[in-house]
Design a protein around this ligand. Structure first.
Ligand SMILES: [Ca+2]
Ligand SMILES: [Ca+2]
Length: 105
């Protein structure tokens, strides 16, 4: 995934959201950015096993914040985005070109 490749070049990964506090912090951060009505990639996929969502940095999925009726695997959706609606999560196809949020350690 091109967005993840770019995050790795920067020394991190696509962001993981591991708690309600981190979700709130990320939302506040993104509200300062001009992302408008676009979705934003984070580092969550079910590429290795359909329906088994895993953080790209290896962290386990201890917290989740899916939109209603997501993930819905419409067609073949294996990557998760942060929605412009309160930054809740949905799944979509991994080759979409979206804004993306890296987390550098
Ligand atoms: Ca999927
Ligand atoms: Ca979906």
């Amino acid at each position: 995934m091109a967005a993840e490749d770019d995050c790795v070049r920067k020394g991190g990964h696509l962001a993981s959201v591991n708690s309600e506090q981190e979700q709130t912090d990320i939302g506040e951060y993104l509200n300062t950015k001009d992302t408008g009505y676009f979705w934003i990639w984070m580092g969550l996929t079910d590429l290795t096993k359909e329906g088994k969502w895993r953080w790209i940095n290896g962290a386990s999925l201890s917290y989740s914040n899916w939109l209603p009726r997501q993930p819905n695997q419409w067609g073949d959706q294996d990557c998760a985005y942060l929605s412009h609606k309160n930054f809740k999560w949905g799944d979509t196809e991994c080759d979409e070109e979206l804004f993306y949020l890296c987390e550098v350690y």
